[in-house]
Design a protein around this ligand. Structure first.
Ligand code: NHR
Ligand code: GAR
Length: 210
């Protein structure tokens, strides 16, 4: 039986697109967005996938929106929920309903630069290596167990945009890989750290970053 996946996104959806194009052993049972106009929803519709738009601006309270979102997700009985550029912080009650089957991709080498505007902050700090992280989501923002990371060089002439583009290319590599491992049942919880069953290589990717 293949792994049932619900995707949450808020925008462009290029990570979602990379997941679709990777032909993984999964079934994407729904794509849900808090923004009805998200380009990622249009791509999902074009691919004949089930889409749901839940407009968070219609809710005064985060908890109320998250409860509706969780109910909608559960209707699709997912084995895994994937945040693919989902831009709303999820309240603790939501996390507890899906903990252990909730993945996120974050555009930094966590635990460096949690939160937003990661590329701007990396440039401001003058770091020479930046990257991206797939992690399990916990109630503590951007602090859940790390599954895989990719590193890219920072160049002297980088802007936030050129750096983001280089990182994004790696996001499109590591997110499908992490989801494949999850679907294959290879991600093992080792005291809050993720071990990879029968690991022959490494859970990191180094990019020379063209
Ligand atoms: N929720 C929890 N509880 N834990 C995490 O690790 C989460 C999460 C929800 C989303 C993705 C995330 C990221 O990778 C993510 C991880 C949005 C914000 C944010 O501040 C921060 C982190 C992430 C996503 N959002 C604003 C908010 O008030 C809204 C910003 C906007 O709409 O543009 O929710 O970095
Ligand atoms: C990606 O870079 C993702 O890592 C980041 O937003 C972008 C979404 O792009 N996520 C966050 O910053 C979460 N706070 P996409 O819609 O093209 O996948």
């Amino acid at each position: 039986m293949s792994c049932r996946v619900v995707v949450l996104l808020s925008g462009r959806g290029s990570n979602f697109q990379a997941i679709v194009e990777a032909t993984l052993p999964i079934e994407i049972v729904a794509v849900i967005s808090n923004r009805p106009q998200a380009a990622g929803l249009a791509f999902a519709r074009e691919h004949g996938l089930t889409t749901v738009a839940l407009d968070h601006t219609l809710h005064a309270e985060r908890e109320g929106f998250d409860a509706q979102l969780a109910d909608e997700i559960e209707r699709h009985q997912p084995d895994l929920v994937v945040l693919a550029g989902y831009m709303r912080i999820l309240s603790p009650a939501f996390i507890y309903r899906f903990e252990g089957r909730l993945l996120n991709i974050h555009p930094s080498l966590l635990p460096m630069f949690p939160g937003l505007k990661t590329h701007e902050r990396a440039l401001a700090e003058g770091v020479k290596i930046h990257g991206c992280t797939v992690h399990f989501v916990t109630a503590q923002l951007d602090h859940g167990p790390i599954v895989i990371q990719a590193a890219v060089p920072v160049r002297a002439d980088d802007t936030a945009n050129t750096l983001a583009t280089r990182v994004l290319a790696q996001e499109h590599q590591i997110y499908p890989q992490a989801i494949r491992w999850f679907a294959e049942g290879r991600l093992l919880n080792n005291d809050g750290c993720v071990n990879l069953k029968d690991d022959l290589t490494s859970q990191s990717v180094l990019s020379t970053g063209a």
